[in-house]
Structure formats: structure tokens, C-alpha cells
Design a protein around this ligand. Structure first.
Ligand code: ADP
Length: 602
């Protein structure tokens, strides 16, 4: 890019460098790779574009023949022939256009298709950390609008560029063949409009970027103040006036920018139409002189002027090509950013599927932090014997959930080791490890489908008898039968139509269907009525029978039944043992018992 920093006045002054795309060879290669499977179609598109460019030259040339030959000779036959040829050219061009459109969408939609599949697979392998950190809606934006934008890259940037190039070359060659002096004259004025096109393109690009920023600022205010929780916050702290004022300010700025952007477009057109009309005027002037000298025909002058626009329009479009390229590359980069994120938790090279049934779970000096310098777990060591029930108790935020999430490797340890049957869990394939662990969380996730579909998610091959048996064992079968459509009842988004106790029993039934040797359960804390409570207890009893289980316990009956209780506080295990001996210790457990569990002990 030339040293164009001096251009522009007042507010329109800007740094041209900003619009410069920064495309490395590696990035380009990576982009090209997505097109590679469709090279045949791409080649065909290029051929079609090439033919179209040449065909586009014919109508002006045919007009020249009409004016210079058919009309002066009063040759009606030739006139018909030329008009028919002109018509045929239009039809063929149209047909080629249809073919090109088909190929365009074939290639671009297939690339979008491939990318979406790749992205879905990649996002599936991302760790839980990624989903707790990512902004809501961002994943969907990447998957849909960003990837869909790639389609435009092919259709507008690549195809446009190639088509313009072919038109430019074929027209320039034709002009020079017709009359090199006139061609030179027509080309001489090109710099006149390249410079303003480029400058104005930059200005518009910058204004568009600023507008975009303002609009996202606006969206952020809307999101923060007009969403359910944001609205509550605003109302409770009576911040309506401030919110309104900042919204109005940003709104006014966005409006001003948008007006400026569209005006920049108008001025731009004014300058351009003036400059582009200079070329034809010069042709009429000099061509007219040549005509008077008897060196040129009228038809040639008219054809020349007509062809000139085929020269100027591609030049103008290509002048700001780099803006499109920049935008396209940015789009690819945003997508690649996602692809480059490390899945973190993957199978080790030597990982093998292994069985965990009848094996102890052992934590050895496990340390873990969600964020640097903020340890969530420090020096956690314990053994959960095969077939035993281990209860985790402790205040909220102590680290109980974190401990249980480490077993199916939802998070990776910072140091220490977790073994099952003496084997580091990192030596298990993730699939074999996770398929042998059943997780019953407090917040049971049910998707918006029928009860049957939700249950079969755990084991698609389960028979009707197994389904019923699991639901009976989870004490939910009778409840389901009472629903209007029984097992075919739709549960609503996130299972909104079921109570908390019912959802947890569904979750238990789901894990029973999966029937894994290790069970991890987070007991529901929300107060349940005695009937639900009773059913949950019974269901849990069925679930945990004969399994190695770890339960984040909120009920006295659970800790009483536990073979071992781990008391967790501030990311450490501070006490462990059975209920009676822990009570006798007169420590943290006793405190906790007095505050939390004693009420139930009656
Ligand atoms: P408990 O289950 O005992 O209530 P947790 O294991 O959920 O406790 O949390 C332990 C600590 O880790 C808390 O301080 C909590 O704020 C923090 N924590 C939990 N989950 C995350 C997360 N996804 N990202 C960052 N910090 C977290």
C-alpha cells in the first residue's frame, strides 16, 4: 500500500494501515485446504467465468457490425443474423450463469457442511472448563453465523475476484486489438478513479467498523439491562436513568456514524461518476477526431465506449478487494481460533479400555485449581473401597463437587494421581472410564423430549422391560404411568414440567439403565416433601446397591449408611471416618452435624 497517509481531511483522516490484511502463507494454505476436495468444481467455475467474460464482449462487437455493416449496406439478412447472434449470446450467458450459480452454492455449501461437522466434533471434545468460561450464545454464533459467512467468502470474494480479472483481461486485450491509441487513452484515466475508490473504501470500512462497535455496545447494554436477571438488578438498584442515559448516548453515536457512512457512499459515487465519465468523453473526442480523419468507424467508437465500462467496473470492484479479503480472512481466523483451542483432556497414547468393576478408587495427594493461584483442592488423599459408599460432607464451596468431577476426568488434575484398581485413570480410555461411571447431579438435565427418549439416552438398546424395571427401582414408574401420556409425555425444556424430586428420580432411573459399576451422586438439597424424600431414599438404595459410590450427602440417612465419611473444608479433607467416631472427635463434623443434620435426627 502506498504512502497515502496524507489523504483525508478532518474527521475522515485515518490510518490506512488498519485496512491492510495480515495474511500469512500458513493461514492461506489452511484456508485453501477446505477448498481442495472441490477442486474439480472450482476449476469448472473458473472455466465458466472465463467463457462468460469472453461472451460478454460479443454484444458490443455485434453492435459495431450492425452500425458499420448491416445498416450502411441496408443488409436486412445480416441485420437479422447479428441480432439473432446477440440474442443467442444473452441466452448462453444466462445459462452459464445458472450453472455457475449451482457450482457456487455446491462448493460453498459443502465447505460450510464440512466445517460445521468438524466444529461440532471439536466442540464435543472441549473440556467442561471451556463451557463454563465461554459466553452464552457464543458457541451457537460460531457454529451458525460465522461458519455460514464462509459461504459468502467463496461467492463474493473468490468468484467476484476471478470474474473481474477475466473480464478485465479479455476487455483490455480486445480494446488494444481494436485500436491501441484509444485503448491507451481509456486506460490512462483509470488511476483517476482508483485513488478515490481506494480512499473512500477505506473510509467506509473504518466507519463500518466503528458502527459495528457501537452496535455491539448497544447490544451489550440491552443484554445487561433487559434480560431477566439484568432487569431485576436494574430495578432493584433503581438504575433505570443511568441505563437509559448510556443507551441513548450509544444510540446517538451509532446513528451519527451510520449517517456518515451512507453519506461517504454518496460523495464517493459523485466523484466516481464524474471520473468514469471522463474516459468516454475522451474517447468521443479523440475517436471523433480519428473518425473525421477517416481512421475510425462510428460503430467502433460506440463499441469502444461500451467496452470501456467493462474495464472500469472490474477495476473499481477490485480496488477494494482487499477489504473483502481482510473480512474473509478475519472470519476464517475467528473459526480457526476455535479449532486451535486444545481439547486438553484426551486419551493418552497408551490408554486402554479397562474394567473398573470391583476396584478401589484411590486419590493420592490430588491438587487442583480452576484458576491459577486459587487452589480448589489441596492434597486430597482417600480410598473409596470397591462396593462401598463414601459420603462427602462439608460447607458449600468446600470442593465436594470438584472432587467428584475429577473421577470421570471432567477436569484434569494439576498434580497427584487418581487410581482405580491401582491404575492411573489417565491410562483408561476416556470412553471406557466414563461409560463405567454413572453421575446423578442435583440439577438433572432433561432435554425437551418424551420421558422415554430421556431415559433411553443412557442406553439406547434397553428393552421395554428394562426400562420399566429401572423406573420401578427408581420409584418413578407409578408416577410416569399417571401422566397423561405415560412414558410418551414430553417433559418440556430442561424438564420444567417435573418437580425437583421427580427429576432426580428420573436421573436415577437413567443411571440404573446404564448400570455402571461406579456411581457418583449429588443429593438434591432442595427441601422435598416427606413422600418425595422417602421415594428418593428408596431409589438411592436401589441405585447404590453393590456399587462403588461417592455421594455428596445432604441427608442424615445417607451419611449414617455411609461406609466412610469425608469431611471437606476449604479444598481439604479435614476429617474422615464413620458417623459415630466422627461425632466423638468433636471437630468440624460435629459442628456440621449440629448445624445441618441434627434436625433430621429425631
Ligand atoms: P461444593 O461442591 O463443596 O459446594 P465446589 O466443588 O462446587 O464446592 O466448589 C469448590 C470451589 O471451586 C468453590 O470456591 C467454587 O467457587 C469453585 N468453583 C467451582 N466450580 C468452578 C468453575 N467451573 N470455575 C471456577 N471455579 C469453580
Amino acid at each position: 500500500m502506498g504512502p497515502g497517509g496524507g489523504f483525508g481531511h478532518g474527521k475522515l483522516k485515518f490510518d490506512e494501515e488498519e485496512a491492510k490484511p495480515d495474511i500469512s502463507k500458513a493461514l492461506l494454505l489452511r484456508i485453501v485446504k477446505y477448498f481442495a476436495p472441490y477442486w474439480k468444481q472450482t476449476l469448472l467455475v473458473m472455466t465458466v467465468l472465463c467463457i462468460s467474460a469472453v461472451l460478454g464482449l460479443l454484444p458490443p462487437i455485434l453492435i459495431q457490425q450492425i452500425i458499420d455493416r448491416a445498416l450502411p449496406d441496408k443488409n436486412l439478412q445480416l441485420l437479422f443474423l447479428l441480432v439473432a447472434a446477440s440474442l443467442a449470446t444473452t441466452v448462453v450467458s444466462g445459462l452459464l450463469g445458472v450453472l455457475q450459480n449451482y457450482l457456487n452454492s455446491f462448493i460453498s455449501q459443502n465447505i460450510v457442511h464440512d466445517m460445521k461437522n468438524q466444529m461440532y466434533r471439536h466442540l464435543q471434545s472441549m473440556p467442561l472448563q471451556f463451557y463454563s468460561g465461554v459466553k452464552q450464545g457464543e458457541v451457537i454464533t460460531r457454529m451458525t453465523s460465522d461458519i455460514a459467512g464462509i459461504q459468502g467468502v467463496f461467492n463474493s470474494t473468490i468468484v467476484n475476484c476471478a470474474s473481474n480479472l477475466f473480464i478485465l483481461i479479455s476487455t483490455a486485450v480486445t480494446l488494444f486489438i481494436m485500436n491501441w491509441k484509444l485503448a491507451l487513452l481509456g486506460i490512462l484515466v483509470i488511476p483517476l478513479f482508483i485513488v478515490p475508490t481506494r480512499k473512500m473504501g477505506n473510509v467506509r470500512w473504518k466507519l463500518a467498523k466503528e458502527t459495528q462497535e457501537k452496535i455491539s455496545e448497544q447490544n451489550q447494554i440491552i443484554e445487561e439491562t433487559l434480560s431477566l436477571s439484568g432487569y431485576m438488578l436494574m430495578k432493584l438498584f433503581t438504575r433505570e436513568d443511568t441505563a437509559l442515559a448510556s443507551f441513548q448516548t450509544v444510540n446517538a453515536q451509532a446513528t451519527r456514524l451510520q449517517i456518515r457512512e451512507s453519506m461517504a457512499g454518496r460523495w464517493f459515487m459523485l466523484v466516481l461518476t464524474t471520473f468514469t465519465s471522463i474516459g468516454p468523453m475522451l474517447i468521443y473526442l479523440y475517436g471523433g477526431y480519428l473518425f473525421i480523419q477517416g481512421e475510425l468507424s462510428i460503430g467502433a467508437i460506440i463499441t469502444f465506449v461500451a467496452l470501456l465500462s467493462r474495464l472500469y467496473i472490474p477495476v473499481m470492484q477490485m480496488t477494494n478487494l482487499y477489504v473483502d479479503v481482510n473480512r474473509s480472512v478475519a472470519l476464517f481466523e475467528r473459526i480457526f481460533d476455535y479449532f486451535d483451542m486444545d481439547p486438553l483432556i484426551v486419551d493418552a497414547k497408551l490408554a486402554l479400555p479397562s474394567r473398573v468393576e470391583g476396584q478401589d478408587i484411590v486419590f493420592e495427594q490430588v491438587n487442583f485449581a480452576y484458576a491459577p493461584d486459587k487452589p480448589a483442592l489441596s492434597g486430597i488423599s482417600f480410598t473409596a473401597a470397591a462396593g462401598s459408599l463414601t459420603a462427602l460432607v462439608g460447607p458449600s464451596g468446600a470442593g465436594k463437587t470438584t472432587i467428584t468431577n475429577l473421577i470421570p476426568r471432567l477436569y484434569e488434575l494439576d498434580s497427584g494421581v487418581i487410581r482405580i484398581g491401582g491404575k492411573d485413570i489417565r491410562e483408561f480410555t476416556l470412553h471406557s472410564l466414563r461409560s463405567q461411571i454413572g453421575l446423578v447431579t442435583q440439577d438433572t438435565y432433561l432435554f425437551n423430549g418424551t420421558i422415554r427418549e430421556n431415559l433411553l439416552y443412557a442406553n439406547a438398546e434397553a428393552t421395554e422391560a428394562e426400562l420399566t424395571a429401572a423406573c420401578e427401582a427408581a420409584f418413578i414408574h407409578d408416577f410416569i404411568l399417571k401422566l397423561p401420556e405415560g412414558y410418551n409425555t414430553v417433559v418440556g425444556n430442561r424438564g420444567i414440567k417435573l418437580s425437583c424430586g421427580e427429576k432426580q428420580r428420573m436421573s436415577i432411573a437413567r443411571v440404573l439403565l446404564k448400570n455402571p459399576p461406579i456411581i457418583i451422586m449429588d443429593e438434591a438439597t432442595s427441601s422435598l416433601d416427606t413422600v418425595s424424600e422417602y421415594y428418593i431414599q428408596q431409589a438411592m438404595h436401589e441405585l447404590l446397591r453393590g456399587k462403588t459410590s461417592m455421594v455428596i450427602a445432604h441427608r442424615l440417612s445417607t451419611i449414617m449408611a455411609a461406609d466412610n465419611i469425608l469431611v471437606v473444608q476449604d479444598g481439604r479433607i479435614v476429617e474422615s471416618g464413620q458417623h459415630a467416631s466422627l461425632l466423638a472427635e468433636n471437630g468440624v463434623y460435629r459442628d456440621l452435624y449440629n448445624k445441618q443434620f441434627q434436625r433430621e435426627d429425631s
